[in-house]
Design a protein around this ligand. Structure first.
Ligand code: DGL
Length: 270
């Protein structure tokens, strides 16, 4: 047994890296569904079917707890999975809530009524499927009032990153930030609501300017997972086997992942 980390492709490695640093003794099994990435342009039904198949694969691998290190899956599939799919002895957690708790200055599990918070104008950069789910706005509305959210669907960025074309990814980031700024000229905070985007964090910060605080999820998810496992240590299980699994071509995916994390990563076929 181990803790499972799922993403549509390589983006979740930003989360994996942070959780491994925070919890060095926990074995993680990473599964990237590169054969079916990107998810961000798929229908909610499609995303649900692909996500449940991948999470089942991680359950079969002996993981009792799976982190959806993918905003698109968290936004489009998690709620439905929690309602009627996840077995009683398993847990699946998303990446949205830790970020929103941090943005709204809340501790884990603080379910008090929504209140005014310091940020007033928030830019959300995410995949088209995440933006159209409005899951971010829904989760935020449970916790905060008076926050204006402007969402920008960042078509093409995930494909460029998965292809290793960072020049294209950077150009796309600049054009998506320009489009956002036409709708909201001075956001206080910008959420990188896709696990691929931290790789482009500098490009986002540069295009947004120094007055916008850029928030990405990896460290927030790592803190939240450490907190969760502190309260539920039995969810780690007994295993010691870490692994990197992909539905894509293991050789190609390993080389991109190595470039991505700047350390040797070897994927095997899922
Ligand atoms: N990295 C994923 C996310 O956080 C999804 C990218 C995609 O497959 O479109 O949204």
């Amino acid at each position: 047994m181990a803790v499972g980390i799922f993403d549509s492709g390589l983006g979740g490695l930003t989360v994996l890296d942070a959780v491994q640093k925070r919890l060095p003794d926990v074995p993680f099994v990473y599964l990237g569904d590169s054969a079916n990435a990107p998810y961000g342009v798929r229908t909610p039904e499609d995303i649900y079917n692909l996500t449940t198949a991948a999470v089942q694969r991680l359950f079969d691998e002996g993981c009792d707890l799976v982190i959806l290190a993918c905003n698109t899956a968290s936004a489009a599939a998690l709620r439905k999975m929690q309602e009627n799919w996840i077995p009683k002895d398993k847990r699946v957690l998303g990446v949205f809530v830790p970020l929103i708790e941090s943005l709204t200055e809340r501790q884990w599990g603080d379910n008090s009524p929504p209140r005014e918070v310091a940020v007033k104008h928030v830019a959300l950069f995410a995949t088209p499927a995440t933006v159209s789910s409005r899951a971010f706005q829904r989760e935020l509305a449970f916790r905060a009032i008076g926050v204006d959210v402007e969402a920008q669907a960042c078509g093409g960025v995930v494909d460029a990153i998965e292809d290793g074309d960072y020049v294209l990814a950077e150009a796309l980031v600049r054009s998506h930030v320009d489009a956002l700024k036409r709708k909201m000229p001075n956001p206080d905070a910008a959420i990188l609501g896709c696990t691929h985007y931290p790789l482009m964090a500098e490009a986002f910060q540069e295009a947004l300017g120094p007055d916008t605080r850029v928030l990405s999820q990896a460290n927030l998810v790592a803190e939240s997972l450490a907190d969760y496992l502190g309260r539920r240590p039995e969810m780690i299980g007994k295993g010691t086997e870490a692994a990197f699994l992909t539905t894509g071509d293991p050789k190609k995916v390993s080389s991109r992942a190595t470039q991505f994390l700047r350390r040797e990563i070897t994927f095997t076929a899922a």
